[in-house]
Design a protein around this ligand. Structure first.
Ligand SMILES: Nc1ncnc2c1ncn2[C@@H]1O[C@H](COP(=O)(O)OP(=O)(O)OP(=O)(O)O)[C@@H](O)[C@H]1O
Ligand SMILES: [Mg+2]
Length: 145
């Protein structure tokens, strides 16, 4: 388990950027954290690290945003409005939660995991905790090849 304290949105973006530079294709990055924890900030960094110039915004209404101008395709999912794996499958999102053709970053990954959704082949599980207005505790653990 890796642990880091972020003291600013920029520091969270920088962490994502580091990850984006090295993340292998086929990885699911599953994010947990309350509203305003900084999940979307982290995705901004991941996009940047992948070399994408896209402006990342939360796909809460679209469910899925796709950025194709980086080193790997980036699929940005937000499961907040979905109840669980049945809804997620019905929305056509399951294929991105197994072995995505690129990198899938998933806000509210708990919706899939807690409902018994299948564990991806390659998963970076991330938990962001709000400590104070600007301080976040960011933990992550990798599973799979
Ligand atoms: N250390 C920090 N890291 C990330 N964001 C921070 C930090 N400190 C303050 N913030 C603020 O917290 C907010 C995080 O917003 P963000 O949209 O990334 O959250 P989220 O986890 O995606 O929320 P939601 O569940 O609503 O999608 C931003 O307003 C950002 O400026
Ligand atoms: Mg968000």
């Amino acid at each position: 388990m890796d642990m880091l304290i972020s003291n600013s949105p920029e520091a969270t973006v920088r962490l994502g950027e580091e990850w984006g530079r090295t993340v292998p294709s086929g990885t699911v990055i599953g994010l947990s954290g309350d509203l305003g924890a900084g999940k979307t900030q982290l995705v901004r960094g991941i996009a940047r690290g992948l070399g994408s110039a896209a402006r990342v915004h939360s796909p809460t209404f679209a469910l899925l945003n796709e950025y194709t101008d980086g080193r790997l395709r980036l699929y940005h999912l937000d499961l907040y409005r979905l109840g669980g794996p049945d809804d997620i499958c019905a929305a056509g999102l399951a294929e991105f939660l197994g072995a995505p053709p690129g990198v899938a970053v998933v806000e509210w990954y708990d919706r899939w995991e807690a409902g018994g959704g299948q564990v991806p082949a390659r998963l970076r599980r991330v938990w962001i905790e709000i400590r104070t207005e600007h301080e976040r505790l960011i933990r992550h653990a990798d599973t799979g090849a």
